[in-house]
Design a protein around this ligand. Structure first.
Ligand code: SF4
Length: 231
C-alpha cells in the first residue's frame, strides 16, 4: 500500500522532471483553444503528419466548411479534396465524415460540450467509440480544446521519453501509459499543467530523446534516467 511518504516522493519526482524541462525548454502559454469539435478535426488531421501541413489542411477545411454541420452531409471525396496533403488523407476524410455523422446520430446535435462534466474515463470511452479515435486523439479533444479537461495527451514522443526515463513501463503502449500517468501525476497539476508537460516532453523527444541515437549527454533528465543508467 502506498504511504504518504511514497506519494510525496512520487510528486517530487514529477515536479523535478517538470522543473528541469522548464529550465531547458521554458513553458508554453495556451492563449487560443479550439472548440472540441474543431479540436477533434485538428487532432485527426495531425496524426503522423507534420504540424505545418496539418494546420494548413485544417484551415483549408474550415474555410470550405465554416459550419461543421455541412461536414455531416459531405461525402468523403468532398473532404478529401481539402486535406490531400496530410498522411492517410483518404482514410482521414472517410473517418471524419463517419465520426461527425455518428456524433449527430448519438447526441441529436453536433456538440461535444456535454463531455465537460463527465468523469474523464467515461469521456475517453465515449470519444474512443468514434471511428479511428484512440486515446491520444481523445485526450487532445478533452485537454487541448476549450473543454480544458484534465487528461494527459500521450503521443509517440511522450511515450518514448516517459518509458525511457522510467515514469511508465518500458513496454507501455499509449493506452497503458495514459492509465499509469493519470494515476501518478500530481493531483494539483491542472489541465493546463498537463498540456504544458505534454509539450515539454514532446519537445525533448524531438530534440534529445530521439528514437535512434538519443542525445543523453545534453539531456536535462540524464541524471536519473533509467535508460541512461542501463547503457
Ligand atoms: S537521458 Fe537519454 S534516454 Fe533518458 S530521457 Fe534523456 S535523451 Fe532520453
Amino acid at each position: 500500500m502506498a504511504t504518504m511518504f511514497s506519494f510525496d516522493l512520487e510528486i517530487e519526482r514529477f515536479e523535478s522532471v517538470r522543473r528541469r524541462l522548464s529550465a531547458k525548454c521554458g513553458s508554453v502559454f495556451w492563449n487560443e483553444r479550439l472548440d472540441p469539435l474543431s479540436q477533434l478535426v485538428r487532432s485527426c488531421l495531425g496524426a503522423r503528419t507534420y504540424d505545418a501541413v496539418s494546420w494548413k489542411a485544417f484551415f483549408t477545411l474550415t474555410d470550405a466548411f465554416p459550419d461543421w454541420n455541412a461536414l455531416v452531409a459531405a461525402t468523403p471525396d468532398q473532404v478529401l479534396s481539402h486535406i490531400q496533403e496530410v498522411t492517410f488523407a483518404e482514410d482521414k476524410a472517410r473517418h471524419l465524415v463517419s465520426a461527425f455523422r455518428m456524433i449527430k446520430a448519438r447526441t441529436g446535435g453536433l456538440s461535444l460540450e456535454f463531455l465537460s462534466t463527465w468523469p474523464i474515463e467515461a469521456a475517453h470511452i465515449w470519444l474512443e467509440g468514434l471511428p479511428n479515435v484512440g486515446p491520444k486523439v481523445a485526450a487532445a479533444v478533452l485537454n487541448f480544446s476549450t473543454l480544458e479537461r484534465r487528461s494527459m495527451v500521450i503521443d509517440t514522443h511522450v511515450l518514448r521519453v516517459t518509458a525511457r526515463y522510467g515514469l511508465v513501463a518500458r513496454d507501455a503502449d499509449i493506452r497503458s501509459a495514459w492509465g499509469s500517468l493519470m494515476e501518478m501525476l500530481p493531483e494539483h497539476w491542472t489541465s493546463r499543467d498537463l498540456a504544458n508537460f505534454h509539450v515539454q516532453l514532446k519537445n525533448l523527444g524531438q530534440t534529445h530523446c530521439r528514437p535512434v541515437g538519443p542525445d543523453c549527454g545534453r539531456c536535462p533528465l540524464a541524471d536519473d534516467c533509467a535508460a541512461k543508467r542501463s547503457h
